[in-house]
Design a protein around this ligand. Structure first.
Ligand SMILES: N[C@@H](CCC(=O)N[C@@H](CS)C(=O)NCC(=O)O)C(=O)O
Length: 257
């Protein structure tokens, strides 16, 4: 059977998009990536999927939106190496933990991080536009101040209380990971699953990683250094780093066209 044509419609760096990139690379599935700029992505993603959030995966004619559905679709398409245990109870536990990270942790980590990045607008733009030609980067940066209120609201940075709650939720998520991984090094059972992938990808913004899909633009502004220093000594940071080292493959080959 012919290999399916797979295209990931994504934002660079973004932690939810990292879940999809990681799953594609874990399965060794050749694919292409279309990186959109946050903001201008809206009409493109809406036309493809009827909603605006990335990641969106195109598998031949099929459109899969949302990182959890993407992981499930990839597991079906290429069962090995697995991301979900075959035992139904263990699978349900992995799915519940992934849902917790997707629904609670991912958005809160983003709010906490954006509360810092919004004070560094040039750096924030660089995270997403670094592969673009100079004229597009200049335009994106020129428009940014006009839309920064929307970016603030869209990422939950609505006031000091929301930001404080987001920092507390990030800390709780790191505590949960440290607690659950203490026995085997994994969150469920004794092997790598979608629960580990979701937790490591969605907590990746709390540390500096050298995987090219998550490496930060340099130089780091002082505020970003302080953000990283805040989490550096947490035991779960070492777990995220180790999970990347052991289980995050390099990028799968680009699909032949
Ligand atoms: N639950 C979704 C969340 C995806 C999400 O929040 N994506 C963000 C980037 S991190 C996005 O594309 N936001 C822009 C928008 O919603 O228009 C998933 O797991 O994929």
């Amino acid at each position: 059977m012919a290999e399916p044509q797979i295209e990931l419609v994504q934002f660079l760096a973004s932690h939810f998009n990292e879940k999809a990139r990681w799953a594609l690379d874990w399965k060794g599935l050749p694919h292409t990536r279309r990186s959109l700029l946050p903001g201008p992505h809206i009409p493109v993603v809406r036309r493809l999927s009827g909603q605006t959030a990335t990641p969106v995966l195109l598998i031949d004619e099929r459109v899969v939106a949302g990182s959890a559905d993407i992981l499930a679709a990839l597991e079906e398409l290429r069962p090995e190496p697995p991301l979900f245990p075959s035992d139904p109870e263990a699978r349900a536990e992995v799915e519940a933990l992934q849902a917790h990270f997707d629904e609670e942790v991912g958005p809160q980590v983003r709010t906490a991080l954006f509360s810092v990045l919004l004070d560094e607008p040039g750096y924030l733009c660089a995270i997403f536009d670094r592969e673009r030609p100079g004229w597009q980067r200049a335009l994106y940066r020129a428009v940014f101040p006009l839309v920064s209120g929307l970016v603030r609201k869209g990422n939950g940075v609505t006031g000091p209380e929301a930001v404080e709650a987001a920092f507390a939720a990030t800390e709780r998520a790191l505590d949960l990971v440290a607690r659950r991984s203490g026995g085997t090094g994994y969150l469920v059972g004794d092997g790598f699953t979608a629960a580990d992938l979701a937790a490591a990808a969605l907590l990746a913004p709390t540390l500096s990683l050298d995987h090219p899909d998550m490496a930060r633009p340099e130089p780091l502004p002082e505020r970003v250094r302080a953000w990283l220093a805040r989490w550096e000594k947490h035991p779960a940071s070492a777990w995220v780093r180790e999970t990347y080292r052991r289980h995050r493959p390099p990028r799968a080959p680009a699909a032949a066209r």
